[in-house]
Design a protein around this ligand. Structure first.
Ligand SMILES: [Zn+2]
Length: 115
């Protein structure tokens, strides 16, 4: 193996290791179980998922739109919405502190809150 090939190989391994570490960091389970339901910087609801009972909350908006937020077995998600893209519903349950569940058309955000 020539020196050049070795250097390239080492670079590839380093890049792979760094990206693996970053994805593990992004996907790690959240430390906090406190979540907030936020709309336009206003906290509508806060829950401690470790103690919250299973429940369904319907949030209605002035323009007739709505989101349905569901807490089930310590997990929170948007189970239903009338937004056009349904990205919020497709996102599924809230898992990471870095990646909130967002409904852009309704400005609604589910995210883990600071302790
Ligand atoms: Zn949505």
């Amino acid at each position: 193996m020539t020196k050049g090939v070795k250097i390239i190989l080492i670079c590839v391994i380093v890049v792979f290791a760094v990206s693996a570490a970053i994805s593990l960091y992004m996907l790690r389970p959240a430390d906090s179980k406190m979540v907030s339901v936020i709309r336009d910087n206003e906290v509508l609801y806060s829950f401690d998922l470790s103690t919250a009972e299973n429940q369904t909350i319907r949030i209605d908006y002035e323009d007739g739109g709505y989101n349905i937020v569901e807490i089930e077995n310590g997990e929170i998600r948007i189970s239903e919405a009338d937004c056009p893209d349904k990205t919020c519903v497709k996102t599924g349950t809230l898992k990471s502190e870095e990646i909130p569940v967002v409904c852009l058309p309704h400005h609604l955000i589910l995210r883990f809150s600071d302790k």
